[in-house]
Design a protein around this ligand. Structure first.
Ligand code: FES
Ligand code: FES
Length: 162
């Protein structure tokens, strides 16, 4: 059967879904329209990282991708990471470290950190910076976010050595 040209089908947070879309609709706009509002609109130009999601486990700016480009792929949003009652390790460290101010950048930061943890097994500072440098924060000066992430990564490295 011929595919309806105005739909896109992809796996979103582990569930295969089909959405109505338009050829010029950005993935970010589709996600937010469908209620995945944890993914934020910041610059809309690929410079701030607020819209970061995972596409097949790689961090991408969803404001730069057309929704159609997700056809057949795996997309993960912040809604797939932790929850209010059961935050992920990084979310927990961010909370405990007082690392969140307005919070607008945080979902994107968390998704970039996820990409890092999925792809790498050792986390020296240079690698971490490579993964995180596409995410801007206007509020915190980064130090507490960095410290929270470092704690998680140090624990993971230590656990891998056991
Ligand atoms: S909103 Fe996509 S990079 Fe800023
Ligand atoms: S906490 Fe406000 S932009 Fe990062």
């Amino acid at each position: 059967m011929k595919k309806n040209p105005n739909t896109v089908t992809f796996t979103l947070n582990g569930e295969r879904k089909t959405f109505i879309t338009e050829p010029n609709e950005k993935l970010l706009d589709l996600l937010r329209r469908e209620g995945y509002k944890g993914t934020k609109y910041g610059c809309g130009q690929g410079t701030c990282g607020a819209c970061t999601v995972l596409l097949d486990d790689r961090a991408v700016y969803s404001c730069l991708l057309f929704a159609m480009q997700a056809e057949g792929r795996n997309v993960s949003t912040i809604e797939s990471i932790g929850s209010h009652d059961q935050p992920s390790d990084f979310q927990q460290e961010l909370i405990q470290g007082g690392a969140v101010q307005c919070g607008y950048c945080i979902p994107g930061m968390i998704m970039s950190a996820e990409a890092l943890m999925k792809a790498e097994t050792t986390f020296d500072d240079e690698i971490v910076k490579e993964y995180m440098d596409g995410n801007l924060c206007r509020c915190t000066g980064y130090e507490k976010i960095w410290a929270a992430l470092r704690k998680v990564l140090d624990r993971q490295e230590a656990a891998a050595k056991k």
